[in-house]
Structure formats: structure tokens, C-alpha cells
Design a protein around this ligand. Sequence first.
Ligand code: CAA
Length: 388
Amino acid sequence: MQIGIDKIGLYAPHLYVDMNKLAVRRNVDPEKFTIGIGQEKMAVAPITQDAVTMAVNAALEIVDDKDKEAIDFVILATESGIDHSKAGAIYVHHLLGLHEHARSVELKQACYGATAAIQMAKGHIALHPDSKVLVIGSDIARYGLATAGEATQGAGAVAMLIGADPDILALEENSAFKTDEVMDFWRPIHSDKALVDGKLSNEQYIAFFTNVWEQYKAQSGLGLADFAAITFHLPYTKMGKKALKAVMDEGTDDDAERLMTNYQISAEYNRMVGNIYTGSLYLNVLSLLENKEDLQPGTRIGLYSYGSGAVGEFFAGILQPNYRKQLPVKQHSQSLTSRTKISVDDYEAIFEETLPTDGSEVTLDVSADPAEVCLAGVKDDMRQYVRK
Ligand code: CAA
């Protein structure tokens, strides 16, 4: 039995800031942001969106009534959790109207969380082939105004249905992974912004990649020539390119051209959205599958997942016949191009607007947010969600 990704849904907030404008405000050469880092637009989450609402908005795109019957496990991977105890997945389960005989948990290991969730889902489907697991990566990347990390912020969610005989990508069994204690990026419990050692994080991202790639090759007997494309977790679009270049000498000129061309295509959505942490790798898989029209079914796609702290994993999947029919390509390109550009002033104001931390109540105006599911306020320390 094959197990893998059956459907993929995407949600990105309706607001974005132009990286050229942000660079000018920060007295930085715009080409540092657009070429050096490789970002064009940065998604900005309004206060009416959080990890839960974005997760549900992504899932609503793919979950139909038949799926609702089959889903018996909901895993929300996030590092933007809204509660130290209760899993955001329970709100997701409720807002989607799923039946009660389902497990719902939240999973955390920085940007690696959704990959761990997929591996867990694979095990579940192997035992229960008729069921489906809903895996969602949902995050708001926040480093702070005028910080080095600011240009690598973003927000959004990717929802995936994992099941038997999948329609999009059948995941293979070979998988190489590594854990090591590294303080390259973390978010202390008291802070709503990440702390980062930027240089160390870049080094570790590449070191973990070369390590798990070597392990994977030894395990599988495969090499660069066996991949139509390799997709990466992308904190910013230049990062995966650096990792790919680190192993490029192993292949022929044809391998280098194919993998680099497909890498650029896989990074197209990221250039327009920014880092969405747990969902980022899967946003890039989606970008590749939707924007590269002639990828042949039966070919192999590599996936490199990296979560600071740190865990890395390399695994792969085989594209399924008719995979493109499962992808709402037009809908995604339209929703990304029809977003509203906001000024740097407005972005800064939205960034500074936070929910009360002293137990007081707040009611939020959801009328300006076109998303189906929004955060409408906080009452008695409980988030109030609405599905319009
Ligand atoms: N024109 C073109 N390019 C320019 C330029 C210009 N005028 N000015 C600078 N550049 C280039 C630089 O040469 C550099 O390119 P290389 O990396 O290829 O050398 C690039 O722009 C960035 O410049 P700096 O290294 O000077 O940038 P910085 O130090 O200000 O910040 C950063 C970069 C460290 C990535 C920072 O944005 C950051 O800390 N980001 C958050 C952490 C992060 O994303 N880490 C990635 C790995 S960790 C991970 O993957 C997990 C996760 O999601 C967080």
C-alpha cells in the first residue's frame, strides 16, 4: 500500500508589504532583500488571524464531506501556539465540524513540526488504511521591526490530507534524519518574537542538509540523477539555493540545470509570502507542482525539512498520475495576486497590535478580513472564533 499526500490546501493572509518599500524605510539597498535574501512580498497577518484560524482557512480549501467522515486524526504543527496546554488542533477540529471519534494534537519542533506530523500520519494510515489524517502547518514568523530577521517574516498555513493510495505524492520509505542541540533560533516562553543567531542558523541548515543527504544516499542508493526536483524548507528563497549548491558537484550539468530550474519554481510562492515556518516546505512543494506544468507523473521529488534547535530530515515521494487535477492552481495564483498591498506604516501598526496579556476582554472587527474563519476577540481569557 502506498501512503502519502492526497490533497494540499493553502491559506495566506490578504495583506502584504512590498520588500522594496520595506528596504527603503530601513535604509537598506532593496536588492539586498529582493536578490540577496530573495523576497519580493511579505504576507502580513492581521490581528484577526492566528495559527488556528489560518490552519482552518487552509483546511477548508480541501476538506469535503467524504473527507470529514474519514479523518480520525488532526495534527496541527505550529510554533505560534495560542495556548501552553490545550492543542490548537481541538479548535481546528471544532471549526471544521469533524466527528468526535478523532484524535487532535499539536506538535512542535520549530519548522520541522509538519514533517514529524506527516511521518506520524504515515504510521497511523499503515494501521488504519481507510482513515485519513489532517496535517496542518500554520505559523506567523515574527522577528521584530528593523531586526535582521525582519525581511524573512511571513504568515500562512498549508493543510494536507494524508491517506492510502494518495492522489498527489506517494511518500517512499527511505528517510534520513538527525537531531543535535543547537541554539540557532528559539522563542522563549515570555516572548512573541523569535530570537535568532542568523549566521549560525544558516550554517546549521546547510550542515544538516549535507549530513542527512549523505545518510539518505547510503540508505537508498539514489543520487541527484534520480530526482526531478528537490524542495526545501525555505526561511527565505536564497537559503535552499545555497544548500543545493553545496551538493551540486555530485551531478552532471543536466542534473544541475534541472534541479536549479525546478528549485526556482518551487520558491515562487515563498517569494510572495515569506517564511511560514512549519508550512514552508509544503508551500514550496505546492509551488513546484502548480507552477511547473510538465513535471511527469512517476518522477521523484525530494523534500528537505529543517527545524532550528535542531532537527533535519530528507525524504522523497513519487508524483502520482493526474496529480495536477487535485491542485486548485488558478485559485492559488488568483488569491496570491489579489492580495492588498499595505504601506510600511500600516504593516508596523499591525505588527505592534497585540492581544491583551492581562486578562482583559477585546472585541475585534472581522469585517475587513475576507477569510472565512477569523478571531473575533478574547473573553474570559478564551479566544472567540467565528466562521462567517
Ligand atoms: N544586493 C544584493 N545582495 C546583497 C546586497 C545588495 N545590495 N547586500 C547584501 N546582499 C546579500 C549578501 O551578500 C548576502 O548574500 P549571501 O548570503 O549569499 O552571502 C545576503 O544578501 C544577506 O545579507 P547578510 O548576510 O548581510 O544579511 P543579514 O545578516 O542582515 O541577515 C539573515 C540575513 C541572517 C538570514 C537574517 O535575515 C536572519 O537572521 N533571518 C532569520 C533566520 C533565518 O532565516 N535563518 C535561516 C536558517 S534557519 C531556518 O531555516 C529555520 C527558520 O525557518 C527560521
